[in-house]
Design a protein around this ligand. Sequence first.
Ligand code: GMT
Length: 375
Amino acid sequence: MDSLRIGIACYPSLGGSGVVATELAAGLAERGHAVHLFTFSTPHREAAGVSIHLVNVFAYPLLQFPPYDLALASKIVDTVQRIGGLDILHVHYAVPHAISAFLAKQMLGPKAFRTVTTLHGTDISIVGSDPAYATVTRFGIDQSDGVTAVSDSLRAQTQRLFGVRREIVTLPNFVDLKVFQPVADRADPRPTLVHASNFRPVKRAIDVVKIFAQVHRAIPDARLVLLGEGPEKDPAMALARELGVHQSVEDRGAVQIPSNVLAQADLLLLPSETESFGLVALEAMACGVPVLASRVGGLPEVIADGVCGRLFEVGDVNAFAMAAIDLLQDPVRRRAMGAAGRARAESEFSKERVVERYVDYYRKVIARQDAAVQP
Ligand code: GMT
């Protein structure tokens, strides 16, 4: 089948939507499509074979808030005119990318591409639904030729919060099963819990430390490894000191590809307040590591409760801690859960499978007439 010319716009962030967009770009390029990625700094994950177009925002003293969305739209139009066209522009995280895509499309007129917006989570649940952006986010969603969400839960939440009438297709996140794999040898034999996140309040890093403190009381050689950076890292470390467990907490900071650390763990803790998908849970499953997570958002669609991990109510620190202690003391059950997680990652969420689903979706959107909803 013909190869496509695909533009991808995303945040270059270390986790979440930035990783999904970059991995997708690389996967599409590997399949022979011409891929152009638009973002404001070099993405953290490597994107072999992808042309990267960095957006420069012009700052001027009058502009208290330099308009990134306009600079992005301009960059897309200039690039499309230079390279001779794109078939699809796929933007990740609705705010403000769906609006930049709309603007670029208007500017290009009949020569424009079709647009696809992927909703990732906080672009709907926190940022996009804030009164400051709600109206324009709804418009951006309606004006996209295709819209996908990373879980059924996020799809339903979008319909509920925005009263969106148009079709939203669930295309889940995915994992590179060759990069995220179980390992046979452990560098450190101590029972190891891992938490990886951007340490924003929504991740409840304080709960992570409270859970670990209970585990440490029952299993004194247990350790907690923290991956990532963010506003609640310092408060979490301060609590670890207060609870007397700081010497068993290892702060590894921001790690580009967390596969080595995840694969060396016994359990992943993800006690988030809300989570549309929880990419790191899938990455841990691919490494054969069971996940203890909150029963919220899209997490139950990723983690089969009792099969590849356990799910608990948000904030139920005791339940998380008891389950962690049980599993750390029951290697047979833990390994069975880890193997089930790997099997689920292989059957449902492999990079090959999901990248192909995106290509099929692009072709469907390109073939369709009048995809966007009229205002
Ligand atoms: O809000 C964040 O935590 C960041 C955000 C992102 O765009 O990087 O994460 C969201 O998208 C990820 C990729 O689709 C999902 O795995 C996360 O669950 C989601 N975060 C939330 O819903 C809180």
